[in-house]
Design a protein around this ligand. Structure first.
Ligand SMILES: Nc1ncnc2c1ncn2[C@@H]1O[C@H](COP(=O)(O)OP(=O)(O)OP(=O)(O)O)[C@@H](O)[C@H]1O
Length: 368
């Protein structure tokens, strides 16, 4: 069922000459949702956002908003407002005038503009700051003013193009919470694009992960992290150990692989059915590996040598060499467990239910 506020990408492809920037995007964003497009630089996120806002036409397919085909509906006639990375606030104007600027353009009188600006300042938790100049505000406050300005025209859908990327780390983390709170308060649809998985996972109701123009998975953040459906999603979102292998067989939902580090089993992700001889990759996250205990099902034991352990405050990360592979294991720093000695023999266990077996496909590039 589509509601009157839903946004439907109906088999949207966008090409620039022979280059396909967006390849057959097909999904529905529900009215009132905080929906993120997550993917590396150049995967087509901005192009898709520009298509929703009306600055780029689909080469194929169509964008529907509230059941209405948006073909031939220009950006300023769509119920959308776009917030860029570069906020483009007017530095010498007051905060209230900045917020009310779009209303002035629409010919709304001074008194009403000020009333609306004050209302929006309350909404973004900056009451009483209307007479300040923009340069007197902090980066995070300016970000909120930009949001208020976008909200001034009462859009149904706010489109946000990496709006936090110019802020420093602490402020960025703070603004995640702020943005989510504002979105819940105003009840609008937020469509957010980012290459930062932390942002996408913390704020969104659902996330679409994109890779070279293709949407690989659309799911709630927990499902994206816990149940990736492609090797790209498993390697792009969060840390993951990737162990290639050849399928021996599958029993129910559990596939068993011959790998260079031993025989290992994991969930045949996405309800897939593998047959003997298929090439696959088993993914297991560092926090799902356990040091040196017997796993319940007796399988999935890997022996190796500790190369080093890094202390990150809240966790310790052990790098364990097994032949040509280095596997990562993370342990919560509970103040009790002693650091491991380099060169020590270690065994790693994990439950089959904690590993995902996925077909070989493109993987995210990992920072060195
Ligand atoms: N007007 C255009 N003409 C030709 N190619 C374009 C045009 N706009 C975008 N592209 C190409 O389409 C691809 C996707 O670009 P897009 O800006 O959508 O990526 P992105 O995921 O938003 O990346 P970033 O996070 O770096 O902005 C890129 O390879 C880009 O060079």
């Amino acid at each position: 069922m589509t509601s009157s506020k839903d946004i439907v990408l109906d088999h949207v492809s966008i090409r620039f000459g022979s280059y396909t920037a967006v390849d057959n995007a097909f999904l529905t964003i529900r009215g009132g949702e905080f929906f993120s497009f997550l993917g590396p630089s150049g995967c087509g996120k901005t192009t898709l956002l520009r298509c929703i806002s009306g600055f780029v036409d689909p080469t194929e397919g169509r964008v529907m908003i509230g059941g209405r085909d948006m073909r031939n509906v220009g950006p300023n006639r769509r119920p959308t407002a776009l917030i860029f990375q570069n906020l483009a606030l007017f530095p010498l104007m007051s905060v209230a005038d900045n917020i009310a600027f779009p209303l002035e353009v629409r010919g709304i009188g001074r008194k009403e503009r000020r009333r609306r600006a004050d209302e929006l300042l309350d909404m973004i938790a900056l009451p009483g700051t209307g007479d300040k100049k923009v340069h007197e505000l902090s980066g995070g406050q300016r970000q909120r003013v930009a949001i208020a300005r976008a909200l001034a025209v009462e859009p149904d859908i706010l489109l946000l193009d990496e709006p936090l990327s110019a802020l420093d780390l602490k402020l960025r983390q703070h603004m995640r919470t702020e943005l989510r709170t504002i979105q819940q308060r105003v009840g609008l649809t937020f469509i957010y694009i980012t290459h930062d998985q932390g942002e996408a996972l913390t704020m969104s109701d659902r996330v679409a992960v994109m890779n070279t123009g293709v949407i690989e998975q659309v799911d709630a953040p927990e499902a994206i992290y816990n149940r990736p459906r492609t090797a790209f999603v498993a390697s792009f979102v969060g840390e993951n150990n990737a162990i290639p292998g050849t399928v021996r067989g599958q029993d129910g939902g559990i596939a068993t692989l011959d790998t260079p580090v031993g025989v290992l089993s994991g969930i045949a992700a996405g309800g897939r059915h593998y047959k003997a001889g298929d090439s696959c990759i088993l993914f297991v996250r560092p926090e799902r590996l356990v040091l040196g205990t017997a796993s319940a099902d007796g399988a999935n034991r890997i022996s190796g040598t500790l190369e080093k352990e890094e202390f990150e405050g809240n966790i310790r990360i052990a790098f364990v060499r097994v032949g040509e592979f280095v596997l990562k294991l993370s342990r919560v720093n509970d103040g009790l467990a002693a650091p491991l000695a380099s060169g020590a023999p270690v065994t790693l266990d994990f439950q089959a239910a904690d590993a995902a077996v996925l077909p070989v496909s493109s993987m995210a590039e990992v920072d060195a």
